[in-house]
Design a protein around this ligand. Structure first.
Ligand code: HEM
Length: 518
């Protein structure tokens, strides 16, 4: 008895000592101890967990961080080992060539993907192998693929025309983006555009899955353990439909990859399938071409390519219909271009239209890209930051090597000094004019981080631009009316890795009233 009591005492004392020691270290001895901010996030990572998983059902930390900056100035400490800097002039330093923490990839269970490469050397190898298939030239060569899918969208709109039944355009965009990215990746798609009910199911399941991303990220080991153990104990997994869907999706992706790896005779898919190319890549070493790694890469590609593109398209469509003056300007720009180049504008021509590009840019800005912190760190180099404003104005802070640092896209894209009236959808802010100097516009473009920045900038940017410009131009040919949809169906209210609008949103719905008569 006495032995057990003594043991319990020693354990209790050790645990207490550990907690007190960690607290004292984090608050007073840590190299970041002098960074401004409240003491609780400096003390414990549970502060972040609280805002990520509990407040309003989760996904609130970015909004809270923004508030902390209003009080404490441009640099704060959102977790014990991390700084957050809300200062556009420091973006280039953060996004320089550095390591990036791989928490994002862990949350999505794609550890060995491009986004999962923590070390910048490893990232460079993976990225160099993929870059050529995402270049503007490569995408222009695939114009037929995009046009085919855009025509399928037009067929859906025509079919819905004058039916009086609302079309859920969020489902349509999800199907469109998914079909494109799958064709582009594997040389064959899942024909979601032909089955919008299935697209709806997958879209909702993905959204549900993403609502659990913070739990996955904070308790990765637990969820992975449960994923392994529960099926062994019960013979079958008891998992929510969204997770079952992810497992199915990963299995399907795995099969697609295995088919490609086994298809030794066929190299003829070149130019049409990223994964045929990666399989035969001279850049990637053999350990980077295993089925498991390529499966992670494919999962990331399809998820990132589908969700983000569909979201930006939804935002663009909502505001274009909500603010008729924007629709009129778009139609006028397209009318003039069609007079010059014919009714079917080639992709290169569409991409060069200033107002359409500005509307797309603005939709990306309000999509906020990846809404969580995308931390960078230098393994060996210390950095310095001098606060240009706030209570600690003029103070220089030294950030030792390995300090994780980030700027939330929310903070940059709602910075009033960069984007006046930031929640307003205003394509004009991207176009130089009498009231908008070229310098201002260029500075905005440099600070636009919806697609990331620097060497880890979104690899799919040209895919997204092609997909968006073609379908938006097509939409203007129809008279569409928003149906039971308002701004709360598109506005960023929850951070689940990507922005989420209100929880009970059905998506964007429209009535198709027919073809627009010029
Ligand atoms: C409008 C649509 C899109 C948005 C807003 C978007 C946004 C982003 C952002 C913010 C990043 C993170 C960059 C970072 O780590 O700092 C990213 C990375 C990535 N995106 Fe996109 N994306 C879009 C479309 C696409 C498409 C269509 C694809 C694929 C075809 C794609 C594939 C990827 C991949 C693979 C990465 C990881 C890149 C790397 O770590 O080097 N994205 N994207």
């Amino acid at each position: 008895m006495t032995v057990y009591f003594c043991l319990a005492l020693v354990v209790t004392f050790s645990v207490l000592l550990y907690f007190v020691g960690t607290a004292v270290y984090n608050l007073f001895l840590h190299p970041l101890a002098k960074i401004p901010g409240p003491w609780l996030p400096a003390l414990t990572p549970w502060y972040e967990v609280y805002f990520d998983c509990i407040v309003k059902g989760g996904g609130q930390y970015p909004f809270h961080i923004k508030k902390l900056h209003e009080k404490y100035g441009p640099i704060i400490r959102p977790t014990p080992n991390e700084v957050h800097i809300s200062d556009p002039s420091y973006l280039d330093t953060i996004y320089a060539i550095r390591n990036r923490n791989a928490a994002v990839a862990k949350g999505l269970n794609v550890d060995s993907s491009l986004a999962g490469a923590e070390d910048f050397h490893l990232h460079r190898v993976r990225r160099e192998a993929m870059n050529p298939y995402f270049s503007p030239q490569a995408i222009l060569k695939l114009q037929h693929l995009f046009t085919e899918k855009k025509d399928e969208c037009a067929a859906v709109l025509n079919a819905a025309s004058c039916s009086g039944i609302a079309l859920n355009i969020s489902d349509l965009f999800f199907a469109y983006s998914n079909d494109i990215v799958r064709s582009f990746s594997f040389g064959s798609d899942s024909a979601l555009l032909k089955d919008l009910q299935e697209a709806k199911r997958q879209r909702k399941n993905l959204a549900r899955l993403l609502t659990g991303i913070h739990l996955q990220r904070h308790f990765t080991a637990f969820f992975r353990f449960m994923g392994q153990v529960v099926p062994l104990v019960l013979g079958a997994p008891i998992l929510p439909p969204a997770v079952v869907d992810l497992i199915r999706f990963k299995e399907q992706t795995g099969k697609d990859i295995e088919t490609i790896l086994a298809d030794k005779e066929n190299t003829g898919k070149i130019g049409h399938s990223v994964f045929y190319e990666l399989r035969d890549s001279a850049i990637l070493p053999p350990e980077e071409k295993t089925a498991t790694r390529l499966q992670d890469e494919a999962t990331l590609l399809v998820m990132a390519g589908t969700e983000s593109t569909a979201k930006s398209l939804g935002i663009a469509t909502f505001y274009i219909l909500h603010q008729p003056e924007i629709l009129s300007k778009l139609r006028e720009e397209l009318r003039v271009a069609r007079l010059q180049a014919g009714p079917e504008l080639p992709l290169a021509r569409l991409l060069a239209l200033p107002y359409l590009s500005a509307a797309m840019q603005e939709a990306n800005r309000l999509s906020f890209g990846v809404t969580n912190r995308l931390n960078r760190y230098s393994p060996k180099e210390a950095l310095a930051y001098t606060a240009p404003s706030g209570p600690a104005k003029g103070t220089e802070y030294v950030l030792p090597p390995k300090t994780h640092m980030a700027t939330l896209i929310l903070c940059t894209h709602t910075d009033e000094s960069l984007f006046p009236n930031p929640w307003r959808f205003d394509p004009e802010r991207w176009i130089a004019s009498d009231t908008n100097s070229t310098e201002e516009v260029n500075w905005r473009k440099r600070c636009m981080t919806a697609l990331g920045k620097g060497h880890r900038r979104c690899i799919g940017v040209n895919v997204a631009n092609a997909a968006m410009s073609l379908v938006l131009a097509e939409l203007t040919k129809f008279d569409l009316k928003l149906f039971e949809t308002d701004e709360s169906d598109v506005k960023f209210q929850f951070d689940f890795q990507v922005s989420h609008a209100r929880m009970d949103s059905k998506g964007i719905q429209v009535l198709v009233e027919g073809l627009h008569q010029q």
